[in-house]
Design a protein around this ligand. Sequence first.
Ligand SMILES: [Zn+2]
Length: 263
Amino acid sequence: MTPMTRGWSLPVVAAVALLLAACAGAPQRSPLAAWSPSPNHDARQAQLIVLHHTQMASFDEALRTLKSANAGGRVSAHYLVAEDGRIMQLVDERARAWHAGIGRWGALTDLNDASIGIELDNDGTEPFAEAQVAALIRLLDDLCTRLAIPRTAVIAHADLAPTRKADPSAHFPWARLAAEGFGEWPRADAPPAPEGFDPVLALALLGYDTTDLPAALAAFRRRFRGMDTAPTPVGSDEGAVPVAFDDEDRRLLFDLEQQRLGR
Ligand SMILES: [Zn+2]
């Protein structure tokens, strides 16, 4: 008998042990089943990384919002990166942070379930700080290595919710990330798209929900051409992007499609 349990009845010790286990994150088991553990399993894993800008005036305000019951609904992210490069982790990587909301990317429809969310302290109108981008690149390298997420599986919040979101803004340096191998990126010397190429199919193959084509094209142009256009409000033509793809859209989409097809 150890000093800790001396004088304690077995049920009390068991109850304390159970409580401690609960505090540490109790394993989820059914009371209906006998536990007969198998070693043949691994942890559920995120499949992609979603980048955001906080659209707030300060880091402290963003941190408060990501941890509180704010009026617009509770939100969070796994990570928040400050302008000076500090990285805060707010949610366990195995848990679902509430950052993506309703959206779709390829076959994925529950993006909170499928992704790691990273918020960048930025008000949406300013360039991203160098120290912040450098810290983000270090964090992406760490996440992709540890969690076995493909380096190309880094997308914008607006990519998965083009009718609702426009973050991160056109200031975000996607080309810089691509130079480090993160995110899909068209090759500089990509040729023009051939006759008969279908840009809508290529957008969908990348992952975009093309149900609202102007919104999907706006998100694509923000991400791959640095052209910032707000999502078109429902029932309004204000700020609408013409659905007509221009030659540069077609060239970039053709090359991205070719890369997806391993060509
Ligand atoms: Zn966002």
